[in-house]
Design a protein around this ligand. Structure first.
Ligand code: COA
Length: 548
């Protein structure tokens, strides 16, 4: 297999400038995560005084020591609603994939230290995404729950125009919990504290429930609502305390003495689950890339018009920098080839420019070849989209691009996507963005997702407006022309803002922004998860596991 050759000089001015740009950007993302953590840590005195562990302290106890935790959707909600700098980001959840009792699990830790761990728009969207991952990966779901239930502060149309829709759509979370259980995917939940209304169902729809003595408060309506609704006086403990549920209602199987004890029990339950399936490549010697993956930090330039040779990125991701490229001479703008990442064979599809009809056909053919072997596909997105113009339309650009979308959507093997740079127009779909449901989508800070570039968007609207005026026989004066230029500028700025990586990640258009230096390690980990999913034995039931 051909060994890729790098032409990058890591001592050059351009490499160092790219590195400085990317490092600063990675730090901007980390700063949001730090702000979120600061909010949680601010709650520590109160939590400890009440004999409770902080959400991340609970997480640390849950995971096997020294094993990785791949956090997903960490900056969800950043800059949205009342968040400005990240302090209220994360959707009141800490989610990711980690190892518990030597089993890979999907982990959901309710961040009660932010807005009481309440359920709002961001929280619902993040939960729905995590459940999608559960269905695709078949990973057991372990939740450490503590939530104030529906966020009552965000209920006006002013504060959240989607509030009612999110309440209605949010009900999918419960339906999907039932479906996960019926699909044979176990859900283990510790009810660490408050679980009112919707929060109560998130606990109650779990297959295993661990209650914490003196801490669990699990009910449809808490004491104030009960008093307001029926006039009945009852303490939280009487209404829905751990002891009541363990000994009277039967809404829980395990009674723990405190947070740490509950997590110990959750680990013991996880240990009863089948072991992770063995992957063929385990134990094989893995060849590192010939070029240091750390150099990925200096490849992408701040100026997006500067072309990037995607083989430079591939050379720092794949084993031995070996890449068997399909037809490199036939439209080098679309790059397809077979390689290994961490010992696992993958088909890589990537871009060195816009996608032409020939490029679309090459990628479609490549997907068929990969499908024949059930080879996972890795998409490295850096495209301004499908090429436009009379020549390509006559070649059948629409049908060839539609065909590529069809191939990507229906490819049988696992799909993983890394957005490294541009991701515009239908190129975003055809290169397996969120819309085409790959198992995971991660972004580099340099990623930009948009229906088109800002300048092009401004220009299109300018042409449309001029045509409208001409149709009405209006001859624009200087003031109108100025207004038109202002409109183009606004559209350009708007598109630039809403395509930015942190803006998109906050709105869950990916599963997180990564440091480019982690790309190889992360892809290898996520490939394991996706390949194990194909081998993971689950036993579906007609209904979910029920408490009788
Ligand atoms: N909606 C909006 N915000 C809520 C909330 C809710 N349902 N429940 C809690 N919060 C907020 C609080 O205003 C507080 O915000 P702050 O950090 O800006 O001060 C934060 O979450 C923590 O709540 P607090 O009451 O200070 O913490 P606590 O540990 O003493 O109590 C609860 C936590 C959840 C037991 C308590 O807040 C409560 O009973 N909430 C209402 C629960 C409920 O009835 N929900 C029904 C929704 S359908």
């Amino acid at each position: 297999m051909q060994v890729l050759d790098s032409k990058i000089d890591t001592a050059s001015e351009s490499f160092l400038a790219n590195k400085a740009y990317m490092e600063a950007y990675v730090d901007k993302v980390r700063q949001v995560e730090r702000k979120q953590l600061e909010t949680e840590l601010g709650y520590r005195p109160r939590a400890h005084q009440r004999g409770k562990l902080l959400p991340r302290e609970r997480l640390a106890l849950l995971l096997d020591p020294g094993t990785p935790f791949v956090e997903l959707c960490s900056i969800a909600g950043y800059g949205m609603y009342d968040d400005s700098d990240g302090r209220f980001s994360g959707g009141n959840l800490i989610t990711g994939i980690g190892t518990i009792a030597r089993r890979r699990c999907l982990v959901i830790v309710w961040n009660y230290a932010i807005k009481g761990g309440t359920i709002d728009s961001v929280n619902v969207k993040k939960m729905l995404r995590i459940q999608q991952i559960a269905f695709r990966t078949r990973l057991p779901v372990v939740s450490l729950h503590e939530s104030g239930g529906g966020n009552l502060a965000n209920t006006s149309a002013m504060s959240d125009p989607w509030a009612t829709q999110l309440f209605v759509e949010g009900g999918q979370i419960y339906g999907q919990q039932a479906e996960l259980s019926a699909a044979g995917i176990p859900q283990i939940t510790v009810s660490h504290g408050n679980a009112t209304a919707g929060g109560a169902y998130q606990v109650a729809l779990s297959d295993y429930i661990v209650l914490v003595r003196g801490k669990t408060q699990l009910f449809l309506a808490g004491p104030p609502l009960l008093k307001a609704g029926t006039g009945e006086d009852a303490s939280a403990e009487e209404l829905g305390g751990a002891e009541m549920h363990a000994t009277v209602s039967g809404t829980g199987e395990y009674l723990a003495e405190n947070d740490a004890d509950a997590i110990r029990i959750a680990r013991e339950i996880t240990a009863q689950l089948p072991a992770d399936p063995p992957l063929a490549h385990r134990g094989q010697a893995i060849e590192p890339p010939r070029y240091d993956p750390d150099e990925l930090i200096g490849i992408f330039p701040e100026d997006r018009r500067t072309p990037v040779r995607i083989q430079e990125i591939i050379a720092r991701i794949v084993d031995g920098s070996r890449f068997d490229e399909l037809n490199p001479a036939l439209d080098p703008g679309t790059v397809c080839g077979v390689a290994k990442i961490g010992g696992k064979q993958v088909g890589i599809i990537s871009n060195n420019g816009p996608i032409t009809p020939t490029g679309a056909n090459k990628a479609s053919q490549f997907i068929e070849l990969c499908d024949q072997k059930l080879t996972p596909l890795v998409f490295l997105q850096n495209t301004t989209g499908f090429l436009v113009g009379t020549a390509v339309e006559r070649e059948g650009q629409v049908k060839h691009s539609a065909k590529l979308i069809q191939h990507v959507a229906n490819a049988k093997g696992p799909k993983l996507t890394i957005l490294v740079g541009n991701s515009y127009g239908a190129g975003n779909y055809a290169m397996a963005s969120r819309a085409l449901k790959p198992e995971f989508v991660m972004s580099w800070p340099s990623a930009r997702q948009a229906l088109m570039g800002g300048a092009q968007g401004g220009k299109v609207m300018e042409i449309v407006t001029l045509k409208k005026w001409a149709r009405k026989g209006i001859e624009p004066d200087d003031k109108m022309k100025q207004g038109l230029a202002g409109q183009s500028q606004m559209i350009e700025m708007g598109l630039e803002t809403i395509s930015e990586s942190m803006f998109c990640s906050a709105r869950l258009m990916d599963d997180g922004i990564i440091d480019p230096r982690d790309t190889r390690r992360l892809l290898s980990y996520l490939l394991d998860v996706a390949l194990e999913a194909r081998l993971r034995q689950v036993q579906p039931l007609s209904y979910g596991v029920q408490r009788l």
